[in-house]
Design a protein around this ligand. Structure first.
Ligand code: GLP
Length: 249
């Protein structure tokens, strides 16, 4: 399925989606082994990451020349904290595809100075040559990375205050205790995301149907940060049937 701005593919279920996208990314890597990948956390990409691990174990995906940049990290949280996005990525992807630590770039939630850490990250992305493929999930309120709905959106990597709804949806990382979810995070900005050469957004489940519908058919608005993807020339959206419910023809 496609409309004038975004290429949309709908899969029967999450499993089919993850397998198809993993095969596609493995094929991209076979063609161009040195890729800079922008990566996302959340429940949505977990199956994809495990599929990539399976392909790696079968010798069908080679990550040895890949460089990664994750979108975001909780502020005030060390990478060794089990609730950190870094720990999440280690568990679900990095270990499975045997990426070496020097290939991994991550915002440090325990950096001494947030502004300096954000500037360091933007400089690191630039010196890696920019992001080739940016993988995104989407929050139920339309956030991408931690770019929350607001009157203005930051262009660059920045420190952000999290919405209560976002803290609740991240509580599982902190043993289900919302009070332990940090109130702030560091996140790549909309500009950093839109500079990626290619963007792949995944959304699954009926809780995402409304924001996907708005992303695809609605106006471009800071009230739905994902709507800015309509401005990018190369965006693919991978959905399961539940997430596509609002746009299915
Ligand atoms: C989190 C992350 C986002 C992610 C989103 C959706 O807060 N910062 O990068 O895309 O929420 O998460 P999930 O995939 O669990 O629905």
């Amino acid at each position: 399925m496609s409309d004038s701005y975004l290429t949309i593919t709908v899969f029967r279920d999450e499993r089919e989606l993850a397998k198809s996208l993993a095969d596609r990314l493995a094929a991209d890597l076979a063609r161009q082994p040195r890729q800079v990948l922008g990566l996302a956390t959340g429940r949505t990409p977990v199956r994809l990451y495990h599929e990539l691990g399976t392909l790696r174990a079968k010798g069908r995906a080679d990550f040895s020349h890949v460089v990664t940049f994750n979108l975001d990290e909780f502020w005030g949280v060390s990478p060794r904290d089990p609730g950190s996005y870094r720990a999440f990525m280690d568990e679900h992807l990095f270990r499975r595809v045997e990426i070496r630590p020097e290939q991994i770039n991550f915002l440090r939630g325990d950096a001494p100075d947030a502004d300096q850490e954000c500037a360091r990250y933007d400089a690191a992305i630039a010196s890696a040559g920019g992001i080739d493929i940016q993988l995104l999930g989407i929050g139920t309120n339309g956030h991408i990375g931690f770019n929350e709905p607001a009157r203005e959106l930051a262009a660059r990597t920045h420190r952000v205050r999290l919405k209560e709804s976002t803290r609740r949806s991240n509580a599982a990382l902190f043993d289900g205790d919302v009070s332990r979810v940090p109130a702030e995070a560091l996140s790549m900005g909309m500009g950093s995301i839109l500079r990626a050469r290619h963007i792949v957004l995944i959304a699954t489940g009926k809780s995402k149907a409304r924001c996907v519908q708005q992303l695809v058919n609605g106006p471009i608005t800071t009230k739905l940060p994902a709507s800015f993807l309509q401005l990018h020339a190369s965006v693919e959206i991978f959905l399961d049937t539940a997430a596509a419910a609002g746009i299915a023809s």
